[in-house]
Design a protein. Structure first.
Length: 199
């Protein structure tokens, strides 16, 4: 294994931010090899009983266009106001979606048993964090979204999956970094606030 110092690893973890804006895919696209490295990191996440419950779909072309319509519909339904009605929000949402360079949906294969399902969700979350860290290490930003497209039956139809078998748990919006990718400063409680040592 190539050495990476503890401080370098902590810096990677601490500097990673959820990104809401990205460099343009036209001028600064995300290389397929870079995404494959992120997926490689993801599948090495810990998972109890080696269930490997994660599934990933990269959306391109017509499939992506259909997802954009589902995204815009959900946004317009929720956010329409007198100031900007359904059509107005719908088109803004389509524009916003079109500016996301790459989209990967993440699903969890649903186990029969409740405890296994819970563990499998945890494993999928570990996989997503591995993905995000590998992305960040390559100057690629990710927004992990759990927005309404993941609950929309049309998204399941689009992927040709049954919601009884697989639950969509994350939409990863991905692009090369454009500073600042997130205007809100990073915040965490200090370790002392969340950690106790018991003798
Ligand atoms: C399970 C999960 C679901 C999330 N869902 C969303 C989401 O729907 N939309 C969003 O903007 N960010 C989402 N996030 C990202 C968090 O909002 C983000 O991690 C948090 O604000 C801390 O920011 P940081 O990632 O830059 O440290 C999600 C994160 C997790 C772990």
């Amino acid at each position: 294994m190539q050495a990476i110092s503890a401080i370098q690893l902590l810096d990677l973890i601490q500097s990673r931010r959820t990104c809401y804006q990205f460099a343009s895919a036209d001028t600064d696209p995300v290389a397929e090899e870079a995404l494959l490295l992120c997926l490689e990191a993801a599948i090495w996440a810990p998972n109890h009983k080696l269930t490997q419950p994660w599934r990933f779909w990269q959306l391109k072309g017509q499939t992506r266009n259909h997802l954009a319509e589902i995204y815009a519909h959900n946004r317009a339904k929720k956010k329409a106001t007198d100031h900007c009605d359904y059509e107005c929000i719908y088109h803004k949402a389509l524009d916003k979606f079109a500016r996301i360079p790459e989209i990967i949906l993440v699903g969890q294969v649903l186990a029969e048993e409740a405890t296994t399902r819970k563990e499998d969700y945890a494993a999928c979350c570990c996989a997503i964090q591995n993905f995000q860290l590998m992305a960040w290490g390559q100057q690629i930003g990710v927004q992990w979204s759990t927005g309404p497209i993941l609950q929309d039956p049309r998204t399941y139809e689009l992927l040709a999956i049954d919601s009884a078998d697989i639950e969509l748990i994350g939409a990863l919006y991905i692009g090369r970094l454009k500073e600042p990718c997130n205007p809100v400063p990073a915040r965490r409680k200090p370790v002392e606030a969340v950690f106790a040592q018991l003798d």
